[in-house]
Design a protein around this ligand. Sequence first.
Ligand SMILES: *Cc1c(COP(=O)(O)O)cnc(C)c1O
Length: 217
Amino acid sequence: MSLLEIITRIHKAEELASRPLGETQLIAVSKVQPNHRVLSVLEQGHRLFGENKVQEAQGKWPGFLEEYPDSKIHLIGPLQTNKVKAAVELFDAIHSVDRPKLARKLADQIQAQGKSPDLFVQINTGEEDQKAGVIPSGADEFIAECRTLDLPIVGLMVIPPADEEPSLHFALLRKIAERNGLTGLSMGMSSDFERAVALGATHIRVGSAIFGARAYS
Ligand SMILES: *Cc1c(COP(=O)(O)O)cnc(C)c1O
C-alpha cells in the first residue's frame, strides 16, 4: 500500500471518530527495510520514522539525517541500559520505558546530554511473559516513579497480544493514561491502526503496510 493510501485511511478513521484531521502522528516503521524503500518514503515528504533496535538505527539514520535533517526517529523496541546513552543521542522519542533501572539511566543521560526526548511508558496489557512492559496493576506506581525522576513522560505505549481483539487493549491503555493525566497513546500497527485511531491513538506505528513485508535474512 502507498503512503498516501495509509494517510487517507487514517483521515477516514479520524473523521469517523470525530477527531481533527491529521491529529494522529504516523510513525513509519522502517526497521529491517532496505534503504531504497526508506528513501522513497522520505522523498514523498514523510519525516517521522520508527526503529526497534538502537544499533540498526545508528547504522542507517545518520546518513538519512544528513540528507533530510528535519527527520524524527522514535525508538519503539526494547532498550537495554547499556544502550541508553546512544539512544538519547539519536532518538527524538522512546516508546519502551518499562523498568526502574532503565528510568534511572534515562534520567542520568537526559541530564548529561541536556536533551529531552518524549518518553512513553510501555504497558504489557496482556500480561504476557515474553513481552516487555509494565503490567497494568504496576503502571500507576511506575509512572509516579518516573515523575519523581523528572522524566519527560508524555504517554503510554502498547503492543497487544497477537491473538486477542486489540481494541480491548487500546481501551485499557487509554484508561490507564487518563487516570495518570497522560495524553499520548502509542498504539496501532499495520493490521489494526484504524481501530487504534478510533480509540484515540496519538501515535500509530505502521511498518509493513507502508514499506511492504520485512525480509529478515
Ligand atoms: C515492527 C513494529 C511495528 C510495526 O509492525 P507492522 O505490523 O509492520 O506495522 C510496530 N510496533 C512495534 C513495537 C514494532 O516492533
